[in-house]
Structures are given as C-alpha cells and as structure tokens.
Design a protein around this ligand. Structure first.
Ligand SMILES: [Zn+2]
Length: 260
C-alpha cells in the first residue's frame, strides 16, 4: 500500500558539508525537507521508491535499479565525508520489472551508487530509517504521458502490495529563474513553476500532462517526468498535493510538496 508520497528537489547544496553557508539561503527548503522526514517517519515505510532524473538515462525505457545495497555519497561534489548506506529491494523491484518488461517499458540495472537525484532526498528522508529498503528508478526520455501510464501500472502494484511503500518524485523545477541561473534566464521559467504548482494544488493532472511543450522546454526543468510518474500512481486516490515550501534563490526552483 502507498503510505506516503512527495515531490522533492535535489540540490547537492542541501547536504551540509557541500552547502555550508549556502544552506542558510535555502533554509526554507531545508526546514520543509526536515518536516517531510518527520511525516515519512510517522508513516512507517518499509520500502521507499525514489524516481530520479539523474541516474542512467535510457532513451525509451524506465530504469529499475535492483542492486542489493545502495550507497549515497557526494565525492563528485567535493564532499568526501558524507556517506550513507541502505539495503535494496529485490522482490518488489522484480515484480515491477516483470510487469513492465512485457510491455517493453522498463529495464533492470544493478548499480549500488545512487545519483544525487536520489541521494540528496534520501539524506533527509531516510536518515532515521536504517531498516527501510530503497528502490531507485530513473525516468527515460519519452514523453509525460508515457511516464504517467507507467505510474498507473506501478500504482496497481503498489496498491496491491502488503508492505508499506513510500514514493518520492525527485526533481527540480525551472533552472532559468534568474539572470545568474545556471541554465541562463528565461521569463518562462517563473511562469512554468507558478503554473505547475497551481495545477498540482488544484489537482488538474490532465493539464499538467498537456502543458505547452515550448513553455516546458524554455523552463529547463528536470522534475516533470518524475512528477508524471507520481501522478499516475495517485490519480484515483482522494489525496491533495500540499506545498510545504518553494523558493529559487540560485535560479533553480525547489518545491517541497507532500501529497496527503
Ligand atoms: Zn535535477
């Protein structure tokens, strides 16, 4: 059963050893992640499925990572000290693969190193859950509808599962919010973030899937496909996305949303 779901950002500067004084600038996001972690802890998850944009990216198939254990480390970002480990989830990951494989929508990998799209959220959310099993998924390059449909199928498996499953959609919003934004400024960045958050709050999921492709392209986001998978899972549930925080002081939109 699904006991928790959320949309979270994944800036490496959320990791204290990397962010240092910058963490103060995004403290709204940090506090929201801590609040989310408390809610997740209370939901007593046995498995956390996390979908990330930044693992092995396949053109046509969603990647399911079935490593027996996972390591979250940030050496790439100059942090040689932070390191976390979790167990992988073999049974459920195989069940998902088996169902999706017949439709040609998924493939399996075994890579114990978590990318930052998975590791940053888990640093906050799974720090106090040493027994929880992790099931990382990477979205692919196909469109939103494909990811939504994948989410619907995945949702059927999760809803039928005896164990308590949490689903985390990892993704940043626009990378073009300000003049000094990493991907350069585009006025559609702000417009995209505002519209997406409004549509989520109003549960207009169909409209999210049909968002203007030029607007999405201009925004330079990385989270929309992760969100589409989540929407597929929750589409028939009577739950509403709630915004815990949103900010973008470095030109990238960070939204923390709990779906309750
Ligand atoms: Zn990203």
């Amino acid at each position: 059963m699904l006991v928790f779901s959320a949309i979270v950002p994944h800036p490496p500067i959320l990791i204290p050893a990397i962010g240092k004084e910058n963490l103060e600038v995004i403290k709204k996001t940090k506090f929201a992640m801590e609040e989310l972690a408390e809610h997740l802890y209370a939901a007593k998850p046995e498995v956390i499925i996390v979908v990330s944009p930044h693992g092995e990216l396949h053109e046509g198939k969603i990647t399911i990572n079935q490593a027996p254990k996972f390591v979250g480390a940030f050496n790439k970002f100059g942090d040689l000290t932070t390191k976390m480990e979790w167990q992988g989830e073999l049974g459920l990951s195989y069940k998902i693969y088996e169902k999706m494989e017949t439709e040609g929508t998924a493939r399996l990998i075994h890579d114990e190193n978590l990318d930052h799209g998975a590791a940053v959220p888990l640093f906050y959310l799974a720090q106090n859950l040493p027994e929880v099993k992790i099931l990382p998924i990477n979205y692919c390059l196909r469109d939103l509808k494909f990811h939504f449909d994948f989410g619907k199928e995945l949702g059927e498996i999760i809803h039928a599962e005896n164990r308590r499953v949490a689903f985390i959609a990892s993704g940043d919003l626009s990378h073009r919010l300000t003049k000094d934004a990493p991907a350069g400024y585009n006025p559609n960045g702000k417009k995209f973030d505002k519209l997406l958050l409004a549509l989520l709050k109003e549960k207009k999921y169909e409209e999210i899937l049909n968002m203007d492709v030029d607007l999405v392209e201009d925004a330079g986001e990385c989270g929309l496909r992760s969100i589409a998978v989540l929407l597929g899972i929750i589409k028939d549930m009577n739950i509403t996305p709630q915004l815990l925080s949103y900010e973008g002081p470095f030109g990238v939109g960070y939204a923390v949303m709990e779906i309750v």
